[in-house]
Design a protein around this ligand. Structure first.
Ligand code: GBH
Length: 472
């Protein structure tokens, strides 16, 4: 599997999932610190208080990445670590928090690893939630802009790839629709409001970057998540259902940025006045506000036109708000499932990449997350021979390779995740890491999949010198 020269190979993590140090050096609490304290919200009462203690062990982690030959690393900045109240006010900037990220970035660059920085991977400063209603408040766009500006000022001399938001769909549907993620709200109105202000905040941060930090010469974009939706049958209503499901999933956040400056028409029709309106100026600032198309992709489901009963049974289905989309989702019982019960369907990845290229005019796409939770067995010597994860990666990388052959402009791939970490509401039981982290000792050990991935990356990096090397 020879990938184009210059292809970006990396792994990804997020702050709350690995850092720990939840109150170290003056860090403020986030909505995830609070959510974890609510009994029953996170499996086994797990929290991210310690996580992988990356806050104290980052040098070891960077050295590990370097030893695996990794060339890029996507991580997120914890907003309340650098701005404990979330707002720019007197004394509200924490130099210690800034120093942590600055040291991390320097360590990466010393090892020839390119930092890709996400500004928001779900850990909103708690005060913005309790005092100001979080993403429901239109004014949050100003707070996000101020926070983004601080990051550009402090790190932009060294960081050349920025991602404003990780997965608005998860923030809105799981956080404000189903209530299974922080802040734990359940509604069929709030997801659309929160999504609206996330998009406005994204546009403001990008405008700030492009107007004030152009001299830094970096790229900025947004990462959305989308699972593929395959029509269940050849019936036209199933084809329409699959398309509609993709528009409610990805089109919701991608059309405003990459296509029209506004939401898909089908959402307007079905969501009606629960879907907020952008001003003309907002539409203008949204359209074209991403230098690349960030995509997190994990799985595939069949879509069928919903029977009325189905829609009523499941008000907040796992594809969004199902009463609005009227799509019935299912999986093929033959498909292999990961530990998370997500189906392993590499061809869905290939089809999704093509769908994005066709709908959005062949943007430069980066897969900023792809990976799986598997039932790892730790051997007596502490190693993990995770052949099922390895074949997951082989399958999905093959699909990416084929997509490039189909003409898709795929520029990079980040495995989720560098190491086993705090898997949100599922706690530590589910492990997505290439590197095993022992929960007692926090010792890091690369799994078989990590060594394989490392080989793929190295051989691709060597392509010029050793053209005969063949992988896969
Ligand atoms: C990512 O989101 C997150 O960015 C990351 O922090 C997290 O650790 C990682 O996932 C693993 O959970 O139930 O079959 O309908 C993933 C977004 C949205 C992907 C829901 C799977 C549901 C599949 N996910 N989707 S299914």
């Amino acid at each position: 599997m020879r990938f184009p020269e210059g292809f970006t190979w990396g792994t990804a993590t997020s702050a709350y999932q690995i850092e720990g140090g939840h109150d170290a050096d003056g860090k403020g609490p986030s909505i995830w610190d609070a959510f974890c304290q609510v009994p029953g919200r996170v499996a086994e009462g797990d929290t991210g208080q310690l996580a992988c203690d990356h806050y104290h062990r980052f040098r070891e982690d960077v050295a590990l990445m370097a030893s695996l030959g990794l060339k890029a690393y996507r991580f997120s900045i914890s907003w309340p670590r650098v701005m404990p109240t979330g707002r720019l006010e007197k004394g509200s900037i924490k130099r210690e928090g800034i120093r942590f990220y600055s040291d991390l970035i320097d360590a990466l660059l010393e090892h020839g690893i390119e930092p890709w920085v996400t500004l928001y991977h779900w850990d909103l400063p708690l005060a913005l939630q309790t005092e100001r209603d979080g993403w429901l408040n239109p004014e949050i766009a100003d707070d996000f802009e101020a926070y983004a500006r601080l990051c550009f000022e402090e790190f932009g001399d060294r960081v050349k790839h920025w991602i404003t938001f990780n997965e608005p769909w998860v923030v809105t549907i799981l956080g404000y629709g189903q209530g299974v993620f922080a802040p734990g709200r359940e509604s069929n109105v709030e997801p659309y409001i929160a999504g609206h202000h996330i998009l406005r905040s994204h546009a403001k941060a990008v405008q700030c970057y492009r107007s004030e930090f152009e001299h830094q010469g970096g790229k900025i974009g947004i990462t959305n998540n989308c699972d593929w939706r395959e029509p269940l049958t050849d019936r036209p209503e199933d084809h329409e259902a699959a398309e509609r499901a993709l528009l409610f999933y990805l089109g919701w956040f991608a059309d405003p940025v990459f296509k029209t400056g506004d939401y898909p028409e089908v959402m307007r029709e079905r969501v009606g006045d629960r879907l907020p309106e952008f001003t003309d100026e907002e539409r203008r600032s949204l359209l074209g506000s991403s230098d690349f198309f960030g995509l997190n992709h994990y799985t595939t489901m069949f879509a069928a036109g919903a029977s009325k009963d189905g829609a009523e049974q499941s008000v907040y289905g796992n594809g969004g708000i199902s009463e609005d989309q009227e799509v019935d989702l299912s999986v093929d019982p033959e498909w292999e499932l990961t530990e998370f019960k997500w189906a392993v369907v590499p061809w869905g990845c290939r089809k999704l990449l093509k769908w994005i290229a066709d709908r959005y005019g062949s943007p430069a796409i980066y897969i900023t997350e792809n990976g799986c939770a598997m039932d790892d067995v730790v051997l007596p010597d502490g190693t993990v021979d995770d052949q099922d994860r390895l074949s997951f990666y082989r399958g999905y990388l093959e699909a990416c390779h084929q997509a490039i052959g189909d003409g898709v402009d795929l520029r990079g791939y980040f495995a989720w995740s560098l190491m086993d970490n705090f898997e949100w509401a599922s706690g530590y039981k589910f492990r997505f890491g290439l590197v095993h982290v022992d929960r007692q000792t926090l010792k890091r050990t690369p799994k078989s999949s990590a060594l394989w991935y490392s080989d793929v990356v190295r051989a691709n990096e060597l392509q010029g010198e050793a053209p005969s090397r063949c992988l896969g």
